[in-house]
Design a protein around this ligand. Structure first.
Ligand SMILES: [Cu+2]
Length: 354
């Protein structure tokens, strides 16, 4: 791969030098010699047609890309705010596609229609107030509408508050893994600071051992969330900038060393239910077909795959950034309670180490 890339770069550099020398030669030509270099009617016509062909190519490749790659889209959002977010995104894209369809057509069509012709002189057309007013006011209205709607949606999504008895969960980022911490029976996170990390005593998140709120905290490596209950996430980072990205819930928040950031959402679809979603069923089928082929060849990563929600890091934070992830399981309240009962509290873990 590196060899191919190197060769490609060398070829491009060679073309660039060749073009530069050509431009230099042209600039040196005497007036009578340069006559042969001026495009004639035939050249202009060919370029006009090529321009048109390029427009058709752009449209076709757009349609083809949607047809070929839309199966890679995420399934419907699994959080309460997700549908609103997706709708805003969809409307923005529809507007962009309509505008690009029209402007690309005008650009290429005018390029063709007003191509150079022997003896034809361009018309000097200074301005037209009405035309300029129309093409200014329409984008102003559309963009103002989109921006206001976007701000309104943003404010709604970013409103982290304590209404509706949210579950409090800390997401702790470090190179290159995630840890989650629950507040325990009191749903209050104990104080913590990276300066209090004590690896020998297994206090890996730097919890304040003297803080009574910390003793019942539950530290886990797999995030379980009860469906339908609001979750308020508190993000911390131990080392560098990370970003907690939960694409299925349309959620992302940076994790910044030295401060706590927040994000809040309500999961609305359990892991069991999303696995029944037709898009997800198709995706799993496609992936497992590839995996079965790999298994037949005796290759790695060939065991059947099951669909799961996932927390990823979305800031390039180092060499293993790509693999910084944690499984998220959304389940019924009963399943969640049963799972939580099997977990050790912080004080139990500390006692077992000492
Ligand atoms: Cu990271």
């Amino acid at each position: 791969m590196t060899v191919v890339l190197t060769l490609a770069v060398l070829a491009l550099v060679a073309i660039a030098i060749w073009q530069l020398t050509k431009i230099f030669e042209l600039s040196q030509l005497k007036a009578d010699q340069s006559r042969a270099q001026i495009a004639n009617d035939n050249d202009n016509k060919n370029n006009g047609y090529l321009l048109f062909a390029f427009m058709v190519f752009t449209y076709l490749i757009t349609i083809w890309s949607f047809w070929k790659y839309s199966k890679f889209f995420l399934p419907e959002a699994s959080s309460a705010h997700g549908a609103e977010y997706d709708y805003l995104m969809l409307v923005s894209f529809v507007i962009i596609f309509i505008v690009q369809f029209i402007t690309q057509f005008l650009l290429h069509y005018f390029g063709y229609k007003y191509r150079g012709k022997e003896g034809q002189k361009a018309l000097f057309y200074a301005d037209n107030d009405r035309l300029e007013f129309i093409w200014t006011i329409i984008p102003v209205i559309v963009l103002a509408g989109l921006i206001l709607w976007g701000l309104y949606t943003w404010t709604n999504i970013m409103d982290v508050n304590d209404e509706d008895d949210p579950l409090i969960v800390e997401l702790y980022a470090q190179q290159f893994n995630w840890t989650a911490r629950y507040g325990g029976a009191d749903n209050v996170l104990g104080g913590a600071n990276v300066r209090m990390i004590d690896i020998d005593k297994a206090n890996v998140l730097g919890l304040d051992e003297s803080d009574s709120y910390a003793s019942d905290d539950v530290i886990v490596k797999e995030l379980h969330l009860p469906v339908g209950r609001k979750v308020n996430f508190k993000m911390r980072s131990q080392d560098v900038l990370h970003s907690a990205y939960m694409p299925h819930f349309r959620a992302q928040m940076n994790c910044v060393p030295g401060m706590t950031t927040e994000f809040s959402f309500t999961p609305i679809t359990t892991t069991a239910d999303i696995r029944k979603n037709p898009d997800v069923v198709d995706k799993v089928k496609r992936t497992n077909k590839i995996r079965a082929e790999r298994a037949a060849n005796g290759e790695d990563n060939s065991d059947p795959w099951e669909y799961d929600y996932i927390l990823l890091c979305n800031k390039i934070c180092g060499k293993s950034h790509y693999n910084m992830q944690m499984k998220i399981i959304v389940e019924t309240q009963e399943e969640y309670d049963a799972w939580m009962k099997t977990q050790q509290t912080f004080s139990q873990t500390m006692a077992s180490v000492q």
